[in-house]
Ligand binder design. Sequence first.
Ligand code: FAD
Length: 461
Amino acid sequence: MRTAVVLFTSDLRVHDHPPLRSALASCERVVPLFVRDRRVAEAGFDAPNRVAFLADCLADLDAELRARGGRLIVRSGEAADAVAEVVRETGAVEVHLAAGVSGYAQARERRIRAAVGRLGGVLRVHDAVVTVVPPGAVVPSGKGADHFAVFTPYARRWAGEGTRDPLAAPRAVRVPDGVRTESLPAREDVDGVSPGLARGGETEGRRRLTAWLRGPVRAYARRHDDLAGDATSRLSPHLHFGTLSPTEIVRRAREKGGEGAEAFVRQVCWRDFHHQVLAARPDAATEDYRPRDDAWRTDGDEAEAWRRGRTGYPVVDAAMRQLRHEGWTHNRGRLLAASFLTKTLYVDWRTGARHYLALLVDGDVADNQLNWQWVAGTGTDTRPNRVLNPVRQGRRYDPDGAYVRRWVPELAGIRGPAVHEPWKLPARERAACGYPEPVVALADGLARFQSARGLDVTRRS
Ligand SMILES: Cc1cc2nc3c(=O)[nH]c(=O)nc-3n(C[C@H](O)[C@H](O)[C@H](O)COP(=O)(O)OP(=O)(O)OC[C@H]3O[C@@H](n4cnc5c(N)ncnc54)[C@H](O)[C@@H]3O)c2cc1C
């Protein structure tokens, strides 16, 4: 009987899982393997919120496999070593893996290929598991172009690509007897988890997707920027851990149809866009994609006030406090808080990206670093010097102030949009609420940024 190993990474599901289905088609026995990779921890990427969410995902994956007669095998160590160990122990002839995009994922794939090759086995890498369209599948016409650097033309080509048919979950998974496994990690054992962290796992992801497509998606085009309305899908952690297949999401949303579903699919396209940029330019995780000769101000009291949600700008602070409480925040909140740090405070985007990665349950190298670069103007944004004004942003996307009141209790007693400008309140009221004064005047921050970037006029929104 032939045996294959399926290494689960950012694809913790049984539905629409090409590596698992392919392994089952060519081998009678399969070892579903997850490696708690020490390199991930060494890189500081094991943030408590993600470790806790991961524990839910692994428990659910194990349950799904057990329901099919199998189970999940968990090992710790370096991924290639652990895979080689399992190949040796079980005599596996094939290893199946979803293609990843980060520099780390690319190096891991090379190491696994070499280790498996030394044992006489083969590594089969599957595209379109982590993304809808594989990086490099659509590229601009022109010599030597290996990725799109601008979203709109990419989205046009992406939409015309079509998708493969989603695969059903397998009916049966037969695991060889006696394969050693470590116990599954438990969410309760993780310290420092955000109190409002969502639950992980494929079952929960599928429930959320079905509920989302059944109704709320219809209003997405109109309401996705409504901070208080919380009218987005919240599927990002499930996409990050692969408890949902992006291909299945897009197929089901397109079947649903309508302007809401279309707008939603366009956001999923942003995810593919960032993945194809990072696949071609793995160094963009740490280096400016488009250097602007920035002499960033260093981390210090102002950046600390930003991290703690005490900048004195209510909508920025609300977003930062939601982030800490839930390990997730609304896209508009992420945008305006990132703009505040990089443009108004003119602090290096890497400082902000590090903080987001320490808390975000969906914290993802491609989506986080490249969105940060986009906001900082060192990435793919075609308006690199745009500065978001937090008062105007607050008035536009939280017109009644309900989002601020939800997350900034000091201001909960202030009615209506006045909550966005607490410095205009009478002095006694201001002192009583205990909310900080602005860390910097917006005009001063803007002038500092303009001068640093050598600009005379900056468009603001
Ligand atoms: C500074 C900054 C950092 C970010 N860091 C991350 C991150 O680490 N991980 C992450 O998944 N997203 C990140 N985003 C993108 C976006 O904010 C989140 O994907 C979104 O808020 C998740 O909520 P949702 O699932 O309800 O999104 P929805 O609005 O329902 O969108 C559906 C899906 O589309 C994708 N998507 C939406 N917007 C974007 C975008 N701008 N870029 C890439 N994909 C997108 C996500 O997978 C999302 O789940 C970041 C955005 C900014 C501005």
